[in-house]
Design a protein around this ligand. Structure first.
Ligand code: UD1
Ligand code: BG6
Length: 372
């Protein structure tokens, strides 16, 4: 049931304040005073946290949007756990028969819980003796059943082939996973409590960023006849660049590529001219000054920029050259990818409708890829 919406993708983008609330329900402990810190409770993991903390490595495994969600959560998991976190696209792990050890925790991220490549990688990791953790949306799905333990993201059924609300709920669950693993570390308590506060307020911030709908429709109108869109990000928002580009290409059928801004000079800079539209994610975090210098260098080559920045920064990021700014509310750095993806989801949606393509069933794609 699409309710008041024209398409499922549109409905699922707009219901993210509610799906995020459901994802967090019963899992955030507000605490009280210095003796009861604010923390998280993940029922499916509580008996396994000790084993996870002892693992030598955490390996994230997934495909498509689920892989991107894991990538968005990697920095905070590394920070709060102190454990090396590596990333695997499920098919690539299998193709290489990459090493997986008993001392590894392998985290399988899948909305449907039925993706063939992810399932195959799960069987492989189990055979190699790793602790297998699932992050799934579908209760009783194959991945939920075959993992040793896990967390349901509880985002509600997702119908649009392009994943939107599952992506933001997956990130929130993996940030909570990082908080749970790190919860025995006194030195990070203040940081962890700030993130819990950030999570509690996140649905409001997503509600705020959804107000950019009309602005994104105007932007889509400007981009309607383009051949390509590049998206530059780094740090927490490298994943946002990959996921924003994935949304644009899978539904609007426009070529789009997410680029790690730190790699700009190693190839992508050659593409920059006054015609190719480039979105740069430059919200406030530890990478902000580096992104400012990326923007300057793109300006110097007359790049046609769309800059996503924190509220109040529009004037400073677009002070030189031709540039359009999209201001988004600022949240805790590790939660910023949840806010930042929303305008790009809206852009992909409007581009698709304006270009006359099928939003909910893009050509050649399936919601759940159950064959290799
Ligand atoms: C569970 C109940 C929830 C109830 C809550 C009350 C289910 C599905 N969830 O939620 O209805 O309100 O207790 O305390 O009955 N699991 C995997 N792999 C996965 C995902 C989950 O093995 O990919 C396992 C977990 O380890 C856990 C079980 O499935 O044993 C349920 O997980 P989850 O729904 O996340 O647990 P709770 O949030 O505690
Ligand atoms: C398909 C979907 O390609 O599978 C994507 O169209 C999804 O939206 C990908 O990200 C992985 O699916 P899942 O269910 O394992 O998260």
């Amino acid at each position: 049931n699409k309710g008041k919406y024209d398409h499922y993708m549109q409905k699922e983008i707009h219901e993210q304040p509610e799906s995020l609330t459901t994802t967090m329900r019963g899992r955030l402990i507000r605490g009280g005073g210095s003796r009861k810190p604010k923390t998280v409770l993940l029922g499916g993991l509580k008996d396994h946290l000790k084993t996870i903390r002892r693992s030598r490595r955490i390996v994230f495994i997934g495909c498509g949007t689920s892989y991107n969600a894991a990538l968005a959560s990697r920095p905070i998991l590394e920070e709060l756990s102190g454990i090396p976190v590596s990333m695997e696209i499920a098919s690539d792990l299998w193709d290489r028969q990459g090493p997986i050890y008993r001392e590894d925790t392998a985290v399988f991220v899948s909305q449907s819980g039925e993706t063939a490549d992810t399932l195959l990688a799960l069987e492989y990791a189990r055979e190699n003796g790793a602790l297998c953790v699932g992050i799934t949306n579908t209760v009783a799905s194959s991945i939920a059943r075959k993992t040793h333990c896990g967390v349901h993201i509880n985002a509600g059924a997702e119908t649009g082939v392009a994943s939107t609300k599952a992506y933001t709920s997956q990130i929130v669950v993996m940030v909570m996973l990082a908080l749970a693993i790190g919860s025995d570390t006194i030195s990070s308590q203040t940081r962890r409590e700030a993130i819990v506060d950030g999570l509690l307020d996140l649905p409001n911030k997503v509600r705020e960023v959804l107000k950019l709908d009309e602005e994104m429709k105007d932007l889509a109108q400007l981009l309607i006849d383009e051949q390509s869109l590049l998206v530059f990000g780094r740090g927490y928002n490298y994943a946002t660049a990959l996921e924003g580009a994935l949304k644009v290409k899978e539904v609007s059928l426009m070529h789009s590529e997410g680029i790690l801004a730190g790699e700009m000079k190693h190839g992508p800079l050659a593409l920059v001219d006054e015609n190719l539209p480039i979105a740069v994610i430059a919200t406030r975090d530890a990478c902000f000054s580096k992104q400012q210098s990326v923007i300057q260098q793109l300006h110097a080559r007359k790049g046609r920029l769309i800059v996503m920045c924190s509220k109040g920064d529009a004037a400073s990021v677009s002070s030189s050259g031709s540039c359009r700014a999209i201001e988004v509310p600022q949240v805790e750095d590790c939660l910023q990818p949840v806010v930042n993806i929303v305008p790009l989801q809206l852009l992909a949606y409007h581009l698709t409708v304006l270009r006359g393509h099928n939003v909910d069933q893009p050509r050649n794609l399936a919601k759940s890829v159950t064959t290799q």
